[in-house]
Ligand binder design. Structure first.
Ligand code: HEC
Ligand code: HEC
Length: 229
């Protein structure tokens, strides 16, 4: 009888320490598997060299940027966001007739894929990474963009020279926008397009000096761009 209690207690202890073990490694998931390519803390110094050398986009403000359900799903099944340029600047090759530069996708390594459990853990840890003063909650008023919004994006404000709004369009140098409605928080979109240099002084996207009505319309439009399921 005593022995049984003792074994029971020991087993209880074993379960507790195992649970503690998994928890410790869960908290370390980003530092163990992600920091080789991503900044998960605000870098002390930003420089053009850092931007050029980094192996992946910054994640230290991930909690201000992403929608959590998108993170959970993308981390299990990552798709290409920046089909050319930016991170892949070093993988550019000339086309057959040398008229344009193409990305040599063979040189772009596939993103690590996480299990459902690790993706959920990583998403929780990423959503906790926030930086004060970058994104203003409620900056996007939530009103529909209206019929001019797609025109602003494609023609009037020239976003399509660097971003694609439709899957299958010719890859451009900026992140694709056709899943941006799933991926990005509207207040982040508003903040980013009003001043990309606030996020990184050297980032390639120019500050376009948009008025707030245009920012509202563009944010509303971008938020409707979702992957068809
Ligand atoms: C070998 C380098 C590498 C490792 C390791 C890596 N990533 Fe990435 N990650 C990238 C690159 C490159 C991209 C950009 C992909 C694209 O734009 O198509 C990216 C994109 C992302 C994005 C989208 C970011 C954005 O701004 O669009 C998230 C989120 C992300 N990674 C999370 C993680 C997590 C979590 C881990 C660790 C489990 C991880 N990554 C490990 C290279 C890496
Ligand atoms: C000259 C090219 C260029 C133009 C023009 C441009 N962008 Fe960008 N944009 C970029 C690049 C490059 C990035 C990524 C920067 C980085 O990761 O450091 C970016 C990032 C973004 C992001 C953040 C996306 C993400 O997943 O991180 C949004 C939103 C965005 N642009 C919207 C717009 C809108 C709206 C317009 C038009 C008003 C526009 N951009 C015009 C190049 C451009």
């Amino acid at each position: 009888m005593r022995l049984k209690i003792l074994i029971g207690a020991m087993m209880g202890l074993a379960t507790i320490s195992m649970a503690a073990g998994t928890e410790a490694s869960a908290a370390d998931l980003l530092s163990q598997q992600c920091v080789a390519c991503h900044a998960v803390a605000k870098p002390d110094k930003v420089s053009l060299e850092r931007l050029w050398d980094r192996k992946g986009p910054d994640l230290y403000y991930a909690g201000n940027k992403f929608n959590k359900p998108w993170l959970v799903s993308w981390l299990q099944n990552p798709s290409t966001i920046r089909a050319s340029g930016v991170m892949y600047a070093k993988a550019v090759k000339a086309s057959g007739d040398k008229s344009v530069d193409l990305v040599d996708l063979a040189q772009v390594p596939a993103h690590p894929k996480l299990s459902a459990a690790d993706a959920a853990t990583a998403a929780d840890l990423l959503m906790a990474l926030k930086v004060d003063g970058l994104v203003t909650a409620g900056a996007f008023k939530g009103e529909p963009g209206g019929s001019m919004a797609p025109m602003l994006f494609s023609k009037l404000r020239g976003c399509t020279s660097c971003h694609t709004a439709k899957s299958g369009d010719k890859p451009t140098s900026g992140p694709e926008m056709y899943t941006a409605g799933d991926r990005l928080q509207p207040d982040f979109v508003h903040a980013y397009i009003s001043n990309p240099q606030k996020f990184d002084a050297h980032t390639w996207m120019p500050t376009l000096g948009l008025t707030d009505p245009d920012l509202q319309k563009l944010t509303a439009y971008i938020s409707t761009l979702k992957e068809k399921k």
